[in-house]
Design a protein around this ligand. Structure first.
Ligand SMILES: [Zn+2]
Length: 331
């Protein structure tokens, strides 16, 4: 893998056409990029899943990237039993698989549990170990493969900064790029795994970073707002039946951010599903988020800006999300 040993790298600061950007990015999906492991697919997913967690200069730190990377692989390798490397005679594993299996031993985990069931200190431990090992293998390699048009990085300072032109390009074509990444990743996994573990493989890849337990956010939102009504229909919420809804659908945003979560009645949540709410609700959530911009929620609201949320809403539309959902209100 060319470039893997680079300590840092700078993206080319010049105008690049959409054709050039596309051609640079698509190297990841073609045979020109030699794939002995699935690292590049996984790292690209970790970047894309973090797309809206960038700071104002489009930087992500390695902790953000490798905690996501670790979560994705924990679920794929341990929960679904998917190998990530072509079989060798001595049945060698990737460094990442070795780290994951060592962690399972260290914490004496006997069953394949999902990542979200681990304790926060365990998550930090795993993410740290993966970061130390994998930053050496993958960050420089993807930088070189994408012809210095994707990002700048610094391994010592542990950050990656996305080229603004590439950032806009990916946001505009996010759903397609994601699908292509999953498709090639799935092909790779089907090649190196037995058939019994590769059923529903695209779902397994897509949902490898999905968490079902949003109770932390439910509690924050419940405690913060006294009115305790459904964000959409305004009905009083029943304390034991409150749903946490991703305002911009999870399937687009691929992350749980406090600024994108609202409390909803089950009916609205289940009826809304994957749709974008009516534009009136966008104004309402921007207003709602003002209330959350207080010290105690600083970590959860880090990198939030109203204009960012409005842009993501627009990008979801560009990516084909149907807009205009609103609850059917009885007169
Ligand atoms: Zn409702």
């Amino acid at each position: 893998m060319a470039g893997y040993d680079l300590k840092d790298g700078k993206y080319e600061e010049r105008h690049a056409s959409d054709d050039e950007l596309w051609s640079a990015l698509s190297v990841v999906f073609t045979s020109k990029s030699v794939n002995d492991t699935s690292y590049k697919f996984g790292f690209l997913k970790a970047i894309i899943d973090n797309l809206y967690n960038v700071d104002e200069s489009l930087k992500l730190n390695f902790d953000q990237l490798f905690s996501k990377f670790g979560e994705i692989y924990w679920n794929l390798v341990l929960k679904y039993g998917l190998r990530q490397k072509s079989p060798t005679k001595d049945n060698r594993e990737t460094s990442l698989e070795r780290i994951l299996h060592a962690t399972v031993e260290k914490y004496q985990i006997t069953e394949p549990i999902p990542y979200e069931s681990l304790t926060p200190p365990m998550m930090i431990d795993i993410s740290h170990r993966i970061k130390v090992k994998c930053k050496e293998n993958v960050v420089g390699a993807l930088f070189a493969d994408t012809r210095k048009l994707f990002y700048s990085f610094n391994k010592k300072e542990e950050w990656l900064q996305i080229n603004p032109e590439m950032y806009t390009f990916i946001c505009k074509h996010k759903v397609l790029i994601e699908k292509l990444n999953y498709y090639e990743w799935a092909k790779f996994l089907e090649k190196v795994n037995e058939e019994d573990v590769t059923t529903k493989i695209l779902n397994k890849i897509d949902e490898s970073s999905k968490r079902n337990n949003l109770s932390v956010y439910r509690k924050i939102l419940y405690d913060e707002f006294e009115s305790r009504t459904c964000f959409y229909c305004g009905k009083q919420l029943k304390p034991d039946d409150i749903h946490v809804d991703h305002f911009i659908p999870w399937s687009f945003i691929k992350d749980d951010n406090l600024w994108n979560l609202v409390l909803s009645c089950p009916k609205c949540n289940l009826n809304k599903k994957d749709k974008l709410p009516n534009i009136d609700f966008l104004t309402r959530i921007v207003d709602r988020n003002k209330t959350l911009l207080i010290d105690v929620h600083k970590p959860e609201m880090k990198n939030y800006q109203p204009k960012k949320l409005i842009r993501i809403y627009d990008w979801a539309r560009v990516n084909g999300y149907s807009e205009g959902w609103s609850p059917r209100l009885r007169a």
